[in-house]
Design a protein around this ligand. Structure first.
Ligand code: DGJ
Length: 558
């Protein structure tokens, strides 16, 4: 059995810890944001209720100026976000060692409260996209005390070495100070609901640190915490790791190359272990003072790239086991989705032991980003979805994303109640890495009805047309069953036909389709869509270029 890595934020233990610190009453801390398993899905609980993150992750530099943030908040509100993922920069909060300045953090929290947003804080500490550009000057300039990683050819990198205890203490001291500060100012309000520890940890352009300290550890026995994990989980290990370990004799107590072989893959395993251990320690120390859920994000791999050619050692699917063994305090690993094959990558992160949270998505138009969100919440039980740098989207793109998030907002109580159950599905026409969309119709069964989802215009029977052109724009959405014959369908760019799944010989027809919205939680219908609008009772159309909700009642006949 894999160790259960999701550390439910243990509100009661948190209560005791915080009560001992003398600043928070146990009763208050029972309400700390935490993760909980509800009807088959992991959810973030905020103020006692599940919370679905509709996020925007600020562009890297936005949160360094509170004045600048004043221009950002209204855009975030207009896009119907309910949470902002915001960096906290180590170099700005600790400009001199042990002298902390939390002005930017206080301003963020205040701004979020004024705009009714929750915050996920991103700790820009030792790693930011594999580099160490956010460390304070007093760390950057003292390489003797805060050693750097070194390339195989001896060149020093602007990356702190994960092997240095000084680096780890300096980073974790700052992180602990941050968490203590957040606890002191926010443990009653819970504006801050979660924390990302470091940002896109990893090593590039070498797959591992070749400093003398790193080389010595590389040639020492693989830590027993990792080998015992391999032994106890040998039947469920990720295949590349299992193969490498078993091909070299499933050794315990041998050094890294003897245990896993010589080569860049083993170098990457070593980086995964050392950077995960460091990151896990930072998180563990922070959780001791304020136990919010904590996760680590990963930059993904382009096809064909080898360790050393992408940020290596990150919490990537083939390294999940190493991360679990090295950093058990991390609640989950999160993918940064910038490649077109979002469906593939999101599925690789949505695992029984790894609930899905998407902190960053981008390099797609807003309609496709919105369609991804429907799929992630509806099909993969995502706790949250967030677009990177929404404040930089063009105004029309901000509007499109806002419309997608507004629909999600309306459906949020239903999404949260149905995640993990067979009453909800998410739909997305998947793309490959090159961006080619697979328009093959998809079939879903809910409540004894089959929904056949088309991403092409059905050929018109009356004119005998054969060609089925692609419906323009993005294709994605969700279906939620609300009664034996009642369904809500939301999304964009799809045509859906129906069949009776459970009764042989039965057919399914459309009783009614209504457009509408939830206004203050109450379904408020618009027009009934019939005639030309449902192809004379043949299909449900989710219009291209818009995000809409349809209430559908079906019936069976023979
Ligand atoms: C991923 C990083 O995590 C972000 O901070 C940002 O650098 C984006 N990439 C930019 O594409």
């Amino acid at each position: 059995m894999k160790s259960n890595r999701i550390r439910w934020a243990l509100p009661i233990l948190g209560g005791l810890l915080l009560a001992f610190s003398g600043t928070i009453h146990a009763q208050q801390s029972n309400w700390l944001p935490h993760l909980a398993h509800n009807h088959g899905a992991t959810q973030i609980i905020v103020d006692g209720k599940p919370f679905l993150v509709r996020g925007g992750e600020l562009e890297n530099s936005s949160a360094s100026s509170l004045l600048y943030m004043e221009t950002v908040w209204p855009k975030i509100v207009a896009m119907h976000c309910n949470a902002v993922l915001a960096p906290v920069y180590w170099r700005l909060i600790e400009p001199q060692q042990s002298k902390f300045d939390f002005t930017t953090v206080d301003g963020l929290i205040q701004g979020a409260r004024q705009h009714h947003m929750r915050l996920v804080l991103l700790w820009f500490g030792s790693w930011k996209n594999s580099m160490s550009s956010y460390v304070p000057d007093w760390v950057k300039e003292n390489q003797q005390r805060f050693p750097r990683a070194v390339r195989a050819d001896g060149t020093s990198l602007e990356i702190l070495s994960a092997l240095s205890q000084n680096n780890l203490s300096a980073d974790s001291n700052a992180f602990v100070a941050l968490m203590r500060h957040v606890r002191n100012i926010d443990s009653a309000e819970h504006t801050v609901i979660m924390v990302q520890v470091e940002n896109e940890v990893g090593m590039i352009p070498d797959a591992r640190d070749h400093s003398a300290a790193a080389n010595a550890v590389f040639l020492s026995p693989v830590p027993s915490a990792l080998t015992s994990y391999l032994v106890s989980n040998k039947n469920s290990l990720e295949s590349a790791l299992k193969q490498a370990w078993e091909a070299h004799g499933a050794k315990v107590g041998a050094n890294w190359p003897d245990t896993f072989g010589v080569g860049r893959e083993t170098d990457e395993l070593f980086t995964a272990w050392t950077e995960a251990h460091y990151t896990g320690e930072v998180a563990a120390r922070g959780k001791q003072v304020y136990p919010l859920p904590m996760y680590v994000n990963a930059a993904l791999i382009r096809p064909g790239k080898l360790p050393g050619q992408y940020p290596s050692g990150a919490p990537l699917p083939h390294l999940f086991d190493v991360w679990r063994a090295a950093a058990p305090t991390i609640d989950f690993f999160a993918p940064d989705l910038y490649f077109p094959n979002v469906v593939e990558w999101a599925n690789r992160y949505a695992r029984p032991h790894n609930p899905l949270f998407i902190p960053e998505s981008g390099r797609a138009d807003a309609a496709n980003l919105g369609a991804n969100a429907f799929y992630a919440y509806g099909q993969l039980n995502a706790m949250g979805y967030s677009v990177y740098a929404p404040e930089f989207l063009k105004p029309e793109e901000q509007q499109t994303l806002g419309r997608a998030y507004a629909v999600i907002d309306q459906l949020t109580p239903l999404i949260l109640a149905n995640q993990g159950t067979p009453r909800m599905v998410g739909i997305r026409a998947p793309s490959n890495f090159a961006g080619t969309v697979d328009l093959t119709p998809q079939q879903f069964t809910l409540g004894g009805y089959t929904f056949l989802v088309h991403f092409r215009e059905p050929a018109s029977i009356s004119v005998g047309a054969k060609v089925e052109p692609e419906i323009p724009g993005a294709h994605g959405g969700m279906i939620i069953q609300t009664g034996p014959n009642d369904f809500l369908v939301a999304g964009t760019g799809m045509v859906i036909t129906f069949a009776a799944a459970s009764e042989p010989g039965s057919l399914a027809g459309i009783d009614s389709i209504w457009e509408g919205n939830f206004v203050n939680g109450t379904w408020t219908p618009g027009r009934e869509l019939n005639g030309d609008d449902d192809n004379q009772g043949r299909s449900l159309r989710m219009p291209a270029g818009q995000f809409t909700i349809r209430r559908v009642r079906l019936y069976r006949y023979r």
